[in-house]
Ligand binder design. Sequence first.
Ligand code: ADP
Ligand code: ZN
Ligand code: ZN
Length: 741
Amino acid sequence: MPPAEYEIHPATPAAVWRVALPVPLPQLFDYLPAAGAAGGNAIGCRVRVPFGTRSLVGIIADTGPVGAGQAGLREVTTRLDATALLKGELLDSLRWLARYTHAPLGEVLATALPSALRGGEPLPETRAWAWRLTEAGATARPSLRAGSRPRLLADALAAAPREEAWLAGAMAGWRAAGRSLAQRGLAERVVADVTTAMPPLADGPVANPEQTAAIAAIAQTRNSFQSLLLDGVTGSGKTEVYLQAIADCLVRGRQALVLVPEIGLTPQMLARFRARLGVTVHALHSGLNDAQRARVWTAASRGEARVIVGTRSAVFTPLPEAGLIVVDEEHDASYKQQDGIRYHARDFALVRAKALDVPIVLGSATPSLESLHNARLGRHVHLRLHRRAGAGTAPAVRVVDVRKRPLQAGLSPQLLEAVAAAIAAGGQVLVFKNRRGYAPVLLCHDCGWSAQCKRCSTPDHGTAMTVHAGGRRLQCHHCGARRPVPPACPDCGALALQPQGNGTERIEEFLEQQFVGVPVLRVDRGSTRRRDGLEALFDRLGDAPGILVGTQMLAKGHDLPNLTLVAVVGIDEGLFSADFRASERLAQLLIQVAGRAGRATRSGEVLLQTHHPGHPLLHTLIAGGYHAFAEAELAQREAAGFPPFTHMALMRAEAGRADAPTAFLHAARALLGESAGIEVHGPLPAPMPRRAGLQRAQLLLSAGDRRTLHAALSSWVPALYTLPEARRVRWSLDVDPVDLY
Ligand code: ADP
Ligand code: ZN
Ligand code: ZN
């Protein structure tokens, strides 16, 4: 190859840029390079292009020769990056994701980018700042007044420069102290060297034998792909294992990515990571603004961010120096994106780990049946932690049979007695009820009318509105519609409207009356809109006796060492759900909630209140634990031909016009025809046949073999865009759907 300066530049561009645009169309779009901007490798760079009458930002996905009949090609407006923004493993993995989800590459790439970068903004400044003592400062340090803030800061800087993020975690008032030292020429602010490790603020406990074995197993696979299922009961020290594996990864000069469920990313958890790892821990969660997200993403892509802890979309973080990926609570439903590009962050993390050739640890006290199945097949190394680490002991579980018992706000006398006893002993109590609001139904006692959502109900499918605000407001949990509770029955005019059943609000109200003087805190999406709201609630409670009432938001997250009693009520409907994943979810939820009790030295108790004490799920779960349940459930799934033994794809369609979704799905089904090895069910109305005024229908495809399914999808899906019926609906494909609604 001749040296660059001898390359021949033709007068007319011989190449087109094939651009992936964030539009719901399956193809790439060809443009001529911007004048004078054709140099270098263009693939992975952002460009601004004219698209119809709009201007869009896309990514150059390919280049090619100008085809016949492309004379009128439009030119790119601006090239936004001189070098690729998306490249290497990440770009390859995203191309894989587009193929796997059968979604347009442009939409997948747009999903993967932080919104500021997706919109075309330049890469942000990412350098971290540190403070160090000057020579004069080192000399003057002993003469600074002992105990003063400047002296404390000078002492902290004595051995080595410290990053601002580290200082923020280590001492209060460091910034003012720094300014004061800087004014006297004793300290200075400098750009931090990302490779300087900082000493941890806290030492960890000595690992127990099971933890040691897990850490060793992860270390053994270092520098090459291996997936490990860290299957350990709550409080068994899984986080401790992650921390040691991450520390090892940092020592080897590699980056670590940790995925956590939204609710698990608490300030408490971040503080633990920061204190133990001695480097800046970059958090990516829904509380950040666009600029902050773009900064973390960019810092990771430059190799400056060494530890990134984030929720679902953090799986798209570039990791040029990857060493380890951790997915905590891998069973958690929040890892599945439910609209747009319906990716599963855990599954995509596995794909990336393989492409990056690094180990990936999937941790859970209640692993998904998918992951247990994969462990059984030998795809994951199965690591078990059987016992709680440290001081905690596993709580005792007692089933409370409430048949024929008088209930107040849905709570039985035994349960209330146990609450009183726990409070009297100075403990905290968690009352778990997975239904927010005041009451699930508003009923007319005279005529039987009940409040239903006008935008979701159909003549043969009523959707009850939940009573909120102590009985003053109605709210639809499916579409969000709200209206005030009517003063009288709209049908018969009677003043006989009564809230039926119990939500967290009503239980809270009842417990406040029952336990006067004891703090009662409600934790659900209604009470804690802001992410720091939850922490503020917990801070207010402290370690004092009190009662928490809440939904599954309480199943994980903030650690409550003084929690001695967990009372679970209202699980009966989950025992009889039609959804094939309902049992798995209920079992996981029960184990996770139960695991909140007895985290510290005080032993804990769990009460399960039910009308079905003999139900096999409860029986198996209590007698044999989660793994006995999982074995039984996997056998049932296999017999019934459900995942993980089959593979599914769900096509959803919705439209304002009643017949449009079904018409589209019929046309789609006809286009698919008969495919060997694939079962097609539908078109059928969705389990929620109308939501927010839109009619909804679906088509379910399932196959025993994943490859068969994908082969059919890859010829079928692109053809759907051209169906005339497709123009009248909004349709989407969900590969490996988690929810079938
Ligand atoms: P998990 O992530 O499995 O819920 P954690 O790692 O949070 O468990 O550990 C639970 C508690 O036990 C924490 O307070 C932790 O500090 C403590 N712990 C973990 N491992 C040990 C150990 N080997 N020795 C003593 N305490 C430990
Ligand atoms: Zn009435
Ligand atoms: Zn509604």
